[in-house]
Design a binder for this molecule. Structure first.
Ligand SMILES: C[S@@+](CC[C@H](N)C(=O)[O-])C[C@H]1O[C@@H](n2cnc3c(N)ncnc32)[C@H](O)[C@@H]1O
Length: 306
């Protein structure tokens, strides 16, 4: 996704160290590895153990020193930074991959009946099933509203709680039916699939996606060499806002209250914005891959002096 744009804006040089925090099927890594020209190294991270198989599959296209680390990028990036690993480029392509959506048994899709799971890391303790069956009505409504921008959040939460009193939720199909029953008939058909927003909200909650991103960005910055670049592709406004604010704060440097006439904190900018506005996919890319429509790319570079 946004492959040409990522390649141009990250401007990876031969011999560089590249960290791909969301390896997935390795699409971005393979593309960027071509710019490493067989030198340098790639550190590939993914919390989904299946990504390792994709890594092995494309290994010969990557520099010899490449390795795969399974885990949450928030944790792995912090560990790498603490161990003094330095990077010239870090990429985070957030959300789930096609390989995850296209496997019905992972429970990410509202289009196919499957166990209600949605964990990117199958060893994580809490699945969508636990959340749907255990959170109270207010908490559910809050999640649907906040992470899914669902207009009928309250009605859906109410219908879920009523339904689970007789039988706990086990499958995506049961949840889809309950969501449909809670949305007034005339509104059920606009705005995509009626379960789309609730599924997005549950996925974000199950995988603690926003918390991971909040923790990962400072670690990515800590790893960057002067001039090194970080690129983030996000898929909804909450993620993009976190990235935008982090980049803006680090590009400003000074943290003095705005009413002080002069800076007394002396903090220097640690990032320079490479993209002033988020880059969006071309109309051609959206036509070829409708899932890319909501993608936003932001890139920043570590300042030479920080
Ligand atoms: C959109 S896909 C990446 C696709 C990849 N760029 C490619 O070209 O094939 C996102 C991937 O990141 C992984 N992921 C999402 N959040 C993660 C996190 N916090 N830590 C580690 N991996 C994560 C998912 O498991 C998924 O494989």
């Amino acid at each position: 996704m946004l492959a040409d744009e990522v390649r141009e804006l990250l401007a990876v040089q031969p011999g560089a160290t590249l960290v791909d925090g969301t390896f997935g099927a390795g699409g971005h890594s393979r593309l960027l590895a071509a710019d490493l020209a067989g030198q340098g190294r790639l550190i590939a991270i993914d919390r989904d153990p299946e990504a390792r198989m994709y890594f092995e599959r494309v290994r010969r296209e990557l520099p010899p020193q490449s390795r795969f680390l399974r885990g949450d990028f928030a944790v792995v990036l912090v560990q790498l930074a603490e161990n003094g690993v330095e990077a010239d480029a870090v990429i985070l392509d957030l959300g789930i991959s096609s390989m995850q959506i296209d496997k019905p048994e992972r429970g990410f899709s509202y289009a196919v009946d499957a166990p209600l799971d949605m964990r990117m890391d199958p060893s994580a303790t809490r699945s969508a099933r636990d959340i749907v069956n255990e959170l109270d009505e207010r908490e559910l409504a809050d999640i649907f509203r906040r992470y899914g921008e669902e207009r009928f959040a309250r009605q859906i939460a109410q219908a879920i709680v009523r339904r689970r009193e007789s039988q706990p939720f086990e499958r995506t199909g049961e949840l889809v039916e309950t969501i449909k029953s809670a949305i007034p008939a005339p509104r059920r058909f606009g705005d995509g699939h009626p379960a789309k927003r609730v599924f997005q909200a549950l996925r974000i909650t199950v995988n603690e996606e926003l918390e991971s991103l909040e923790r990962a960005l400072p670690a990515a910055l800590a790893m960057l060499r002067p001039g090194g670049r970080v690129a983030v592709i996000s898929f909804h406004s909450l993620e993009d806002r976190i990235v935008k604010r982090f980049f803006a704060a680090e590009a400003r440097g000074c943290v003095c209250p705005p009413d002080l006439p002069v800076c007394v904190c002396g903090r220097e900018p640690r990032l320079r914005l490479v993209t002033r506005k988020a880059v969006r996919p071309s109309p051609q890319e959206v036509a070829d891959n409708p899932r890319s429509a909501s993608a936003r790319l932001r890139v920043a570079a570590r300042t030479e002096t920080s």
